[in-house]
Design a protein around this ligand. Structure first.
Ligand code: PLP
Length: 438
């Protein structure tokens, strides 16, 4: 909170740390969205977190709906996860040789996700989608890839494409430093518009190695697939011999214990995982049928490797987390809490006359400042009132609720969000919507 800011939070210690950080780190952060650039102001620097709450360095407590951008479905610092990591750490941090932990987590993933028979551990979601892409190209011997505008797959060169408007555009690099040649084979279509995909296949048919999609789009707020969209992708890929890749880095184990593919009943060829699979540690994974996965080195020719891949601490946290998610009890506990939260938000927005709606799948949700009844395409998301979101964000922060600092991020709830946390959130929202209506 600078002197000119109308907001009380985060506070002077966060401001001081941000200033220091900005001197030695680009923008003061190690991942851009953390900088609050989308909402203005100074980011909260976090000291610790427990259950549904995070605490900043100024001693403020917040009900947290970021959950480390997804992993914390059990709540922060779950005792079993912390215990597993501490016990493993005492045995040494990493070995550069296989451990039984990697197999244990792989077996858990294979048992939970129908389409996965074999899985390779990596260190992040970005690595998972990068590997999935290389695998699809290596397996099919084709070059072109199709992604969707507004879907994010990590900072992989070939996937950093902002296609601009139009049903189908050849890739234009979305960032300086990504040469045109690298995105030449990246096609971009419109999420929830099967016609745009048909058009891509009509034009580039036999050259398309894969279609890569976030089965629930979680990087343009929270946008579920419309009826028939994922089925349609499956059919088109089958018709044309392309692989269907689900990027379930965000949706994996969050929308359903069997991932979005179980929730929607559509089986991809390859799945990219991250976030929950590592229980809050830097872990990603790529999985699919044994036949496809064997294309990877050392069984196959497609190279992929990692000094710290399958890291024991990440595996320990992942095992502790997934084994609790597996039976469905976590999702069963979350569903009624999210019902209460979203109904309460709708009610308070209506009370104060603020145009607002929510969308959800499983344990992820989105808040939209709009008159629309449904948001299903990128352009719908872009048309929402981002200024209203920014004010709402700061009002909520001031009233002790931590939301992602961007109108384009999904929100995450955990099993630790009990009635007290929900009530506190709704009290904050009442004040925030009231402020917005003034
Ligand atoms: N894919 C999706 C769907 C994501 O949401 C993200 C990150 O938010 C990534 C990939 C990249 O993962 P990471 O940030 O772990 O590299």
């Amino acid at each position: 909170a600078s002197e000119t800011s109308q907001w009380q939070r985060p506070g002077p210690r966060s401001a001081e740390l941000f200033e220091r950080a900005s001197r030695v780190t680009p923008g003061g952060v190690n991942s851009p969205v953390r900088a609050f650039a989308g909402v203005g102001g100074t980011p909260a620097f976090i000291e610790r977190a427990k259950g549904a709450y995070i605490y900043d360095v100024d001693g403020n407590e917040y009900v947290d709906y970021v959950g480390s951008f997804g992993p914390m479905i059990l709540g922060h610092a779950h005792p079993d996860v912390i215990d597993a990591v501490q016990k493993q750490a005492a045995k040494g941090l990493s070995f550069g040789a296989p451990t039984g932990l990697e197999t244990e987590l792989a077996e858990l993933v294979c048992s939970m996700v129908d389409s996965i028979e074999s899985v390779r551990m990596v260190n992040s979601g970005t690595e998972a989608s990068m590997t999935a892409l290389r695998l699809a190209r290596g397996y099919t011997g084709r070059k072109k890839i199709l992604k969707f505008k507004g879907n994010y797959h990590g900072h992989v060169d070939a996937l950093l494409v902002d296609a601009g408007s139009g049903a189908l555009t050849l890739g234009i690099p979305g960032s300086p430093g990504v040469p045109q040649a690298v995105v030449e084979d990246t096609l971009s279509a419109t999420y929830n518009d099967l016609d745009s995909v048909v058009q891509a296949f009509d034009t580039h048919g036999d050259d398309i190695a894969c279609v890569m999609v976030e089965p629930v789009a979680g990087n343009m707020n929270c946008v579920p697939p419309t009826e028939g969209f994922l089925d349609g992708l499956r059919e088109l890929c089958d018709q044309h011999g392309a692989l269907l890749i689900f990027d379930e880095v965000m949706t994996g184990f969050r929308v359903h214990p069997g991932c979005a593919q179980a929730y929607y009943g559509v089986k991809p060829d390859v799945t990219a995982l991250g976030k929950i699979v590592g229980g809050g540690m830097p872990v990603g994974a790529v999985g699919g049928s044994a036949e496809i996965m064997e294309t990877l080195a050392p069984t196959g020719p497609v190279y992929q490797a990692g000094t710290l891949s399958g890291h024991p601490l990440g595996m320990a946290a992942g095992i502790a987390t997934l084994s609790r998610v597996k039976g469905g009890a976590v999702h069963d506990a979350i569903a009624p809490q999210l019902d209460k939260l979203l109904a309460g938000l709708d009610e308070r927005a209506a009370k104060h006359g603020v145009p607002f709606m929510t969308q959800r799948v499983g344990a992820m949700f989105g808040m939209f400042f709009t008159d629309a009844k449904q948001v299903s395409r990128f352009d719908d998301v872009a048309a929402c009132d981002t200024e209203a979101f920014s004010r709402f964000f700061h009002e909520m922060l001031d009233h002790g609720v931590y939301l992602a600092p961007s109108a384009f991020e999904a929100a995450f709830i955990s099993q630790a969000h009990d009635d007290v946390a929900i009530a506190r959130t709704l009290d904050a929202a009442d004040a925030a919507f009231a402020a917005l209506s003034r």
